[in-house]
Design a protein around this ligand. Structure first.
Ligand code: NAP
Length: 523
């Protein structure tokens, strides 16, 4: 059995027992174990502050971008090995594994290219300059300058590769060293990524350190220039929001948490239309991809009342046809959940939703199921589950409780105003998708739903085959949503860099202020 190692101050180190086991969720075989007991967190902090940060901040955006591109290429060269780890420790089918690993590689590359476009500078201009008084000599600009702290990244179990890289890419581009902490249950893939980057010495010493297990007292060491970026459950987020480092010492905290993402079929999504087909395939993919363990997965489906029976039947048929089993088997469309705890939580969650007034099951359910190709009685499998709610206004759990598995509820709406009110019951989400080519409906719903979401996906017949769907968080577009989703902001190209930089207004003699940032066409 493998013992995973943390990476601190240029040294790989295995924590002392007791160590937590990591499983293959399709077979329940123990693959590895890990702990951070005895790992010197003070050394990690010091190494990041004294070596990693200064070395990164000495570089321009372009030079940091070059590092990101090199990191992306190094992971790409190890892609097959990383996919295999993702299948074995994460329960991912090959396609699901690609979603995580290729997403990591692509996000590093995208931020690498952004760095090169930002060029040989180390700060960013924020908007246009301004003359704040009557004197033309006094001039003001807003700049973003890198914070001089460290970035601590705590990630969820579902994206050990993408979660590490989407956060680290942005922090590194801004000049902050990273201490990353993957979720323990699926940490193997993240550990291997760190090994690859460390072995090839792609980043300056101290830019990347890893805790393969509990975060210990690391957060107690953080201060006002530091950033804590968290992805995970609302419960853990709440603990972090109350942490003394955040409350008393002003550590900047970003939270990516739960979300009950909605998919809406517009009245123009007629049966047999390309728009309707796009809607069906996006919904089925977003329920079953990564066995629904995706923060952007569709949890609530809204359809025009007269279409409810037909859409429910079509989705039931497609979901019922998904083969659940060992992710290494090619014919399998959906692998197991990642852990035994996840399986229990999803089963309990389905039962909670089924207990709502007016809810009934169309397909799937919490009962045990054998995974195709898995050892008899083993594996954390659950069937894709579709529920129908006939009294969505009275229900609460279907709008408020994220069941983090392949589970969604379909319900009807009468008019766009009712629809917006129902979608908003989710209390803020990462993404909502609207399938309609009716431009007046689209503009009405963008205004009604935009304030409640970090991203809106507008599905059109013209997009058939042209988009990865609502469930893919692309580096160029904002990821994070208000309210229940944590009110975080990640990615979105240059916007994501705000988390790691300080907006600073500069006012002074105009030629001096303007000399800080040459304008296009100026030397
Ligand atoms: P979780 O139990 O909250 O764990 C998330 C991370 O926090 C893990 O690395 C965990 O470490 C760590 N952690 C737990 N307690 C901690 C504490 N007291 N102090 C510091 N760190 C702590 O969540 P999860 O089960 O891994 O992830 C599922 C949830 O993540 C879902 O609710 C999902 O919606 C959300 N999610 C959101 C996004 C997004 O971008 N918005 C993306 C993915 C997932 P250990 O593993 O060592 O316990």
């Amino acid at each position: 059995m493998i013992t995973l190692r943390s990476y601190v101050a240029d040294t790989f180190i295995a924590g002392a027992p007791p160590r937590a086991p990591l499983y293959n969720p399709a077979t329940e075989e123990v693959l590895a174990e890990t702990s951070t007991i005895g790992v010197d967190l003070g050394a990690a902090e010091a190494h990041a502050r004294t070596c990693g940060g200064p070395a990164l901040r000495e570089l321009s955006f372009a030079a940091r971008g070059q590092l990101l591109i090199a990191a992306s290429q190094a992971l790409h060269a190890a892609r097959d090995e990383l996919l295999a780890l993702s299948m074995d420790n994460g329960g991912n089918t090959r396609s699901d594994a690609k979603f995580d690993v290729d997403g990591a590689i692509a996000t590093l590359a995208a931020y690498g290219e952004l760095g090169q476009r930002l060029g040989e500078t180390r700060w960013l201009r924020d908007g246009e300059g301004v003359q704040p008084t009557r004197s033309p000599k006094l001039w003001g600009e807003h700049l973003f300058v890198p914070r001089q702290g460290i970035a601590v990244h705590i990630n969820a179990f579902n994206f050990p590769a993408w979660g590490l890289c989407e956060k680290a890419a942005v922090a590194w581009l801004c000049g902050l060293p990273v201490i990353t902490k993957p979720a323990t249950s699926t940490a193997w893939l993240a550990c291997r990524i760190v090994e690859i980057l460390a072995e090839r010495k792609i980043l300056p010493s101290g830019s990347l350190q890893l805790l393969a297990g509990s975060v210990g007292d690391l957060l107690d060491r953080l201060g006002p220039q530091d950033v804590l970026a968290f992805t995970g459950s609302s419960e853990t987020a709440e603990k972090l929001r109350r942490h003394e480092a955040v409350v008393r010492r002003g550590v900047r905290l970003n939270v990516e948490a739960d979300s009950l993402n909605a998919a809406i079929l517009g009245p123009d999504g007629q049966s047999g239309s390309e728009l309707y087909d796009l809607f069906l395939s996006d919904v089925v993919r977003d329920i079953t991809q990564k066995a629904g363990q995706k923060c952007t997965a569709i949890r609530r489906i809204f359809v025009p009342a007269p279409r409810l029976a037909e859409v429910a039947a079509d989705l039931t048929e497609r979901l019922g046809a998904v083969r659940v089993g060992h992710p290494r088997r090619e014919e399998v469309g959906m692998g197991p959940l990642s852990t035994a705890a996840q399986l229990q939580a999803v089963r309990e969650g389905i039962r909670r939703l089924e207990a709502e007034p007016g809810v009934r099951r169309l397909t799937g359910g919490p009962e045990p199921v054998s995974g195709l190709g898995a050892p008899e009685g083993k594996g954390y499998f659950v069937r894709p589950t579709l529920l129908q709610c006939d009294r969505p206004l009275e229900a609460t759990a279907i709008h408020e409780q994220e069941v983090f598995g392949p589970v969604a509820t379909i319900m009807a709406y009468e008019a766009p105003t009712d629809l917006a009110a129902l979608v908003r019951r989710g209390g803020g989400g990462l993404v909502a998708s609207l399938y309609s080519d009716d431009r007046s409906l689209v503009s009405e719903l963008v205004l009604a739903l935009g304030p409640y979401h970090g991203r809106l996906f507008l599905g059109s017949a013209r997009l058939a085959g042209q988009s990865p769907g609502p469930g893919t968080a692309l580096p160029q577009l904002n990821h994070g949503g208000p309210g229940r989703a944590g009110d975080g902001h990640e990615l979105g190209g240059v916007r994501g860099m705000e988390l790691y930089m300080q907006r600073c207004a500069i006012m002074g003699y105009r030629p001096v202020v303007e000399s800080l940032l040459p304008r296009p066409g100026q030397p």
